[in-house]
Write a protein that binds this ligand. Structure first.
Ligand SMILES: [Zn+2]
Ligand SMILES: [Zn+2]
Length: 118
């Protein structure tokens, strides 16, 4: 019986063939992407940059900036119908993906932007 390999960072059980912890790798890339979104926060909140809504069925996801294949919630959205809109128009949208919105508010809270504008 071989001893189980655990990730030193997150304690996840590693597949026998893994060179890197898949749990950590996914978290790191997501964290990096979330940080990347924050570069656009001032433009988005100031309605100077457009957001992309990706509609699948009746559910609207918000597209990751720099990753047209994924919504903020992590959903694959390559087949989605797209529409651009400004941040201030987002209030009027119905059936927005709740997971996308949760991530969205994490990145684009007006509280966070207030620090930038002074
Ligand atoms: Zn790990
Ligand atoms: Zn979503």
């Amino acid at each position: 019986m071989s001893s189980m390999m655990l990730c030193k960072a997150c304690r996840a059980v590693l597949p026998e063939t893994a060179l890197d912890c898949p749990v950590c790798a996914a978290r790191k890339s997501r964290t990096a992407f979330l940080e990347y979104q924050k570069n656009f926060r001032a433009q988005v909140i100031g309605d100077k940059a457009l957001l992309v809504l990706a509609e699948i069925g009746t559910l609207k996801h918000i597209q990751f900036i720099g990753d047209p294949a994924h919504g903020l919630c992590g959903s694959e959205i390559t087949q989605a119908k797209r529409r651009r809109l400004y941040y201030s128009d987002l209030d009027r949208e119905k059936r927005l993906c709740l997971a996308c919105m949760a991530t969205f508010s994490e990145i684009y809270t007006p509280e966070a932007a207030r620090c930038d504008s002074g």
